[in-house]
Design a protein around this ligand. Structure first.
Ligand SMILES: NC(=O)c1ccc[n+]([C@@H]2O[C@H](COP(=O)([O-])OP(=O)(O)OC[C@H]3O[C@@H](n4cnc5c(N)ncnc54)[C@H](OP(=O)(O)O)[C@@H]3O)[C@@H](O)[C@H]2O)c1
Length: 251
């Protein structure tokens, strides 16, 4: 067999937020590296689309709304033993401080932060994670390496996750379970499309602030996640891996 320290052969990996963007690319790349993949998201049609893109056999798809604790419990109850878990679910909201509403904050924290805290808790309590498993969390450069006006709620959800990632790394190390995060700046997914709060012109201007002159592609993040899932990173835990085309080097 060819030497490949990044291989995911014989590993079973859960990928949340797998119906599009970074999660979809991660699921596909994990399958190409030999993993059996369990994918989950809310939208059954988009999830099926990802499922059809997976290489190899033995994969599984489970529709779930992870902002809802009942769905989290049901999802975890249906899982086989895992060697890796990519917690990638997330939504964005752009809103300046005077316009925050309590329900905005609740919705953002339920989806971006509490979903991940409670999935990891359930996986640990129900002993779903094998020894030497790897947990990866998609946080963000925003909220960890810098903050952006208008992104306060999103950034708070991600900095809370950053803190959780480090605590989980400490508490699970004795079981041989590692926990790390990937922290992307802007990546070309649905999340980075022009919307009511950001125009195409603003996006083009923003791209010029990146030393590598472009936004990331989902695969740029997926391949970093592969490293953190693989045995190549077996001495890495509690690390926030900034992947930002150099954006946070410049003001
Ligand atoms: N794109 C960027 O510029 C960027 C930068 C930094 C960090 N990130 C982070 O990267 C992660 C992936 O985002 P993306 O850019 O790939 O965006 P995306 O294409 O919108 O993907 C988000 C994923 O989360 C799922 N999701 C959302 N709410 C959910 C819920 N309540 N329950 C279950 N699944 C849910 C979506 O699927 P359904 O709609 O089918 O449920 C989708 O699969 C997020 O955590 C995001 O914060 C993105």
């Amino acid at each position: 067999m060819q030497y490949n320290p990044f291989s995911l052969e014989d590993k079973t990996i859960l990928v949340t937020g797998a119906s599009s963007g970074i999660g979809q690319s991660t699921a596909v790349e994990c399958s190409k590296m030999g993993a059996k993949v369990i994918i989950t998201a809310r939208n059954p049609d988009r999830l099926q689309e990802t499922f059809e893109m997976l290489h190899g056999i033995g994969h599984q798809q489970i529709v779930a709304d992870l902002s809802n604790e009942v769905d989290i419990v049901n999802l975890v109850d249906r899982l086989p033993k895992l060697d890796g878990c990519v917690n990638n679910v997330g939504i964005v909201m752009t809103k300046p401080l005077p316009f925050y509403k309590r329900e905005d904050v609740d919705r953002m924290f339920n989806t971006n932060t509490f979903s991940i805290v409670f999935i990891v808790q359930q996986l640990v309590k129900k002993k779903v994670l094998n020894r030497n498993s790897s947990i990866v969390i998609t946080t963000s450069a925003g909220g960890v390496f810098g903050n952006t006006p208008g992104n306060g709620i999103y950034d708070m959800t991600k900095s809370a996750l950053h803190s959780f990632m480090q605590t989980a790394a400490l508490e699970l190390a004795h079981k041989g379970i590692r926990c790390n995060s990937v922290n992307p700046a802007m990546v070309n997914t649905r999340m980075a499309e022009p919307s009511g709060s950001i125009s195409e012109e603003q996006i083009q201007l923003d791209k010029k602030r990146y030393p590598l002159c472009r936004y990331g592609e989902p695969k740029d993040i997926a391949l970093a996640i592969i490293y953190l899932l693989s045995d190549a990173s077996s001495w890495v835990t509690g690390t926030a891996l900034k992947i930002d085309g150099g954006r946070n080097l410049v003001r």
